[in-house]
Design a protein around this ligand. Structure first.
Ligand code: KG4
Ligand code: ZN
Length: 336
C-alpha cells in the first residue's frame, strides 16, 4: 500500500511517499526557515505564503522521486494539526483537492503521531509496548504505547518545550535560530561541568517536564558575564545542553520504572537529532532497546512520517480512518 503524506504544520512544506508504512520511496522537504533567521522565530503568515507558493513543486518532486504516478497511490495522509492555522490550511486544502481529483481516501494525522512513527521509516516496525519521548520545538511529551493508535500520555512539559529551551537559550547566547543545532555545535568544544544549572522538578513524582527555570538560570549566568568570549560560550552551551538532556533522561527513567513491560524506548522530534542525547540515552537505558529515527531528515518535520502514521491508522482502524477530520487536533487524541 503506497501512501502519499503531506506535512505543512510549521515552516516546512513536505510531501513523502511510503510503502507499507516503513519503506520511504520519496521524502521531499522545503523550508522557509532561512527567512526567519533574523526574527528568531517563524512568522505564521509568511510561512503559509511560502507554502502556498511551493506546495505544487514539492508534490511533483515527491512523485518524481518515487517513480510512481497517481494510479499507484492508494491513499493520502495529511497533518490535521496541531500547528500554525494558515500553514495547516494550505496542506489540508491541497490534500482534499487531490483526494477529490484522483478519487483517493483521505486520512487526517495528528502531527505528534507522525513524529512517533518516524522511528520505523526505513527501519523495522516496533515491538509494543514502547515508550516514546517526543521532543520538538512545540512539544515535550512522554507516551506509553501498546499499539499505533493507542497512546497514554505519561508526562508533558508544564511550560517550555525542550526545543524551545534550545531556541531561547541560543537567542540569549547570541547564536542563530533554530537553537538546537547552534547550541550543539557551540558545545562541541565546551565543558559541560563548567556551570551548575538547576535540576527541574527534582524529587517530584511523575514524568512531567519543566524548562522555564533552566532558561532563567541561563539568563542569570549570561548577565553575570561581560561580553562572553568564544570559550565561555562553548562552556555555557555545553552545560545548558547537558542540563536539558539530563532532565529528559531523568523523566524517562521514572517512566521505565512505572512501566516495566516496555520493550523499546523511542526518542523522536527535532531534538532527537541531538548527539549528546543520542549518546547518553543509550547509556542511561542500558538493557533496553533505544531507537531514534534513522536519518536526521526523519527527526525534524517531514511528510514520510505522516504517510507512515496514515498507513498504520488504516491498518488498525480500517475504514474508520477515512472519516472526515477538522484542523486543530486535540492533544490527547492521536487516533486520527
Ligand atoms: O520537530 P521539529 O522539526 O519541529 C517542531 O514540530 O517543533 O523540531 C524543531 C526543534 C527546534 O526547537 C530545534 O532547535 C530543535 O528541534 N533541534 C535540535 C537539534 N536539531 C533541531 N535540538 C537539539 N539538537 C539538535 N541537533
Ligand atoms: Zn514536529
Amino acid at each position: 500500500m503506497n501512501i502519499l503524506g503531506i506535512e505543512t504544520s510549521c515552516d516546512e512544506t513536505a510531501v513523502g511517499i511510503v510503502k507499507d508504512g516503513t519503506e520511504v520511496l520519496s521524502n521531499v522537504i522545503t523550508s522557509s526557515l532561512d527567512l526567519f533567521k533574523e526574527t528568531g522565530g517563524v512568522i505564521p503568515e509568511e510561512a503559509a505564503r511560502q507554502q502556498l507558493l511551493c506546495i505544487q513543486t514539492v508534490l511533483e518532486g515527491a512523485l518524481h522521486e518515487s517513480k510512481l504516478d497517481w494510479s499507484a497511490i492508494d491513499a493520502i495522509a495529511v497533518t490535521k494539526g496541531p500547528g500554525l492555522k494558515g500553514s495547516l490550511i494550505v496542506g489540508t486544502t491541497a490534500a482534499r483537492m487531490l483526494a477529490s481529483i484522483y478519487n483517493k481516501p483521505l486520512i487526517g494525522v495528528h502531527h505528534t503521531l507522525g513524529h512517533l512513527s518516524s522511528v520505523w521509516l526505513n527501519n523495522p516496525e516496533p515491538t509494543f509496548p514502547c515508550l516514546t519521548l517526543s521532543v520538538s520545538g512545540g512539544h515535550t511529551d512522554l507516551w506509553y504505547r501498546t499499539k499505533h493508535t493507542n497512546a497514554e500520555l505519561l508526562g508533558k512539559t508544564l511550560d517550555d518545550a525542550a526545543g524551545e529551551a534550545f531556541d531561547k537559550g541560543a537567542a540569549l547566547l547570541g547564536l542563530t535560530y533554530p537553537g538546537g543545532p547552534a547550541i550543539s555545535k557551540a558545545a562541541e568544544s565546551g565543558n559541560e561541568d563548567s556551570f551548575i544549572l538547576p535540576k527541574p522538578l527534582q524529587g517530584k513524582p511523575g514524568c512531567n517536564f519543566s524548562y522555564s527555570g533552566l532558561k532563567t538560570a541561563l539568563k542569570v549566568i549570561i548577565n553575570n558575564m561581560d561580553q562572553p568570549i568564544e570559550t565561555e560560550v562553548a562552556d555555557v552551551a555545553a552545560s545548558y545542553q547537558a542540563a536539558i538532556g539530563r532532565h529528559l533522561l531523568s523523566r524517562l527513567k521514572i517512566a521505565l520504572e512505572m512501566k516495566p513491560d516496555v520493550q523499546e524506548v523511542h526518542i523522536v522530534g527535532g531534538v532527537s537529532a541531538n548527539t549528546w542525547l543520542r549518546e547518553k540515552a543509550a547509556i542511561e537505558c542500558k538493557g533496553i532497546i533505544v531507537r531514534f529515527p534513522k536519518s536526521i531528515r526523519f527527526c525534524t518535520d517531514n511528510a514520510a512520517m505522516i504517510a507512515s502514521a496514515g498507513y498504520f491508522i488504516c491498518k488498525e482502524l480500517g475504514k474508520k480512518a477515512y472519516e472526515q477530520f477538522t484542523t486543530g487536533a486535540n492533544q490527547s487524541d492521536l487516533s486520527g
